[in-house]
Write a protein of this length. Sequence first.
Length: 621
Amino acid sequence: MNANVNTEPNRKAKIPRPGKSTEEPSERFVYKDDDAIEKPFNWMQLTRLIAYMKPYAKQILPLIGLMMIIGTVTKLSIPFLTSLAIDRAIDPKGGNPSLTLLYQITIAVLVMYIIQWIAGIFRIKYTNIIGQRVIYDLRADLFKRIQKLSFNFFDKRPAGSVLVRVTNDVNSLQDLFTNGVVNLIIDCVQLVGIVVILLLINWKLGLAVIVTVPIMFFISTKLRIRIRRAWQDVRIRNSRINSHLNESIQGIRVTQAYTQEEENMKFFDNMNMDSKKSWDKASAMNQAFGPLIEITGGFGTLILFWLGATLIQQEALTIGLLIAFTQYVGNFWEPINRLGQMYNQLLVAMASSERIFEFIDEKPSIDDKPDAKKLPTIKGNIKLDNVVFEYEKGRQALKGIDLDVKAGQSIALVGHTGSGKSTIINLLSRFYDITGGTLTIDGYDIRSVTVESLRNQIGIVLQDTFIFSGTIRDNIRFGRLDATNEEIEEVAKAVGAHDFIVQMPGGYDTEVEERGNMLSMGQRQLLSFARALLADPRILILDEATASIDTETELKIQNALKVLLQGRTSFIVAHRLSTIRHADHIVVLDHGEIIEEGNHAQLMQKQGTYHGLVEAQYRFL
């Protein structure tokens, strides 16, 4: 099995016969990563999210808490002032109305509203600050983890699915941190305050209102699981859309070349419709909360007026207190309604947090051991002793490879597709760990040294060259970030890239798009040569590095390679005879085993597999 970086999503696909479709478009691909299984609601997820607020607890949270208290106290004081206005200023028992007292109370109410408004402005300002900082920290932690995850993690997941976690899922937590947590505390404090006030005004009326709360709790409990599952389904379907969209953009040339635009549109339309239906279902469940609470609250209000009128007739309650009671009850249902909506928002956030923490908790399969040491500057002696490797258990990609490479030697790996060439170089760079045997560099088992110190001394040029968005200079400097402009130009000249770079509009400062689409395949490959050589590695790996370069361009870099490979151990994976014939040692692989090895002349004399490959290449010239 020859796997360098498996960019194919983990999916099943049936190839239909011409003119027939074996499956509906919506079932063409199955993204296994997104087939989530319902898990029990875990409140520890919320605890982990709130823990992100701790660094700002001393700086901002006290101010938010103060604004919350001021806002709650002023809000709860207004109904009480209203009752005073009615019972003592407008319709005092056994006395005359007092306009002076009414004006004073009116001014007091106005002041309460102004204070509540100012406190609200500052509370919103500081909650937005802390919310944005938390989202920044969470997204940074997630991206940091993704950067450390091993190749086999990405082998199993579509790029779009990974992208959704960093963007959509993190963004869905934004409301929770900017408004949700603080509003949750405010509503809970307000509820407690209102309950106490209601019971102090008249415990009978208070109990009549509070008795409806268990009914609401029962309803919300019944809907909780269904709503959470519905939002999980929305997240899964949106992730699938992003995965397919990313795949479609990357493969747009293939789609258009085979005129599959219409089929692709049908497939996407089905996925899009599934997502819409899923969202409609989840949204309908969310919206059901409000009316249910309002209906329940309506029964509570009916009981309130009936019992309140009875108490007024018995002179056990004043009109002012009943009106205040009514206002408090209105304030009572308001936070309960918001808490219901908040609970739905919390379910959405939990569905996203599960997906986020799934990535953050993912352990890299390739990581430093607790006692790992830094690999010192190496000479480049490499030894593979009975190396066995499996991408999947039971399917060996390498079967007992023995190879002893001396420092400065150039090794060419030759063989048919799937013979194990790229697997060997992936193991050298420790993108995967060997399944059996030992792999040492200068006598150091590469699993006993830090990954960073190992890869810092290995330069890699792949066939599928990746060019980042930015300038050409920045792309070359990616090999060594502290390199000077002179050093960048020097390596560009060495690999023959300087001439085409200076002819571009901005020279080395020319902006290139992601993947370098404005550059030819050969130009991109030359930039990758310059990038690797700038790093000045002790071991240089070329994996089909000249496959995309035309003959004229290849001639330009052959002489440069002869000089640059001197003093470095190099592994060359190539099919071109011109690239491998001058290698010190050629290793011929077949189904994960070495079947021939020697230099070009020796292998040609054997007239074995290598001889056959060379002859076949000449026949096609």
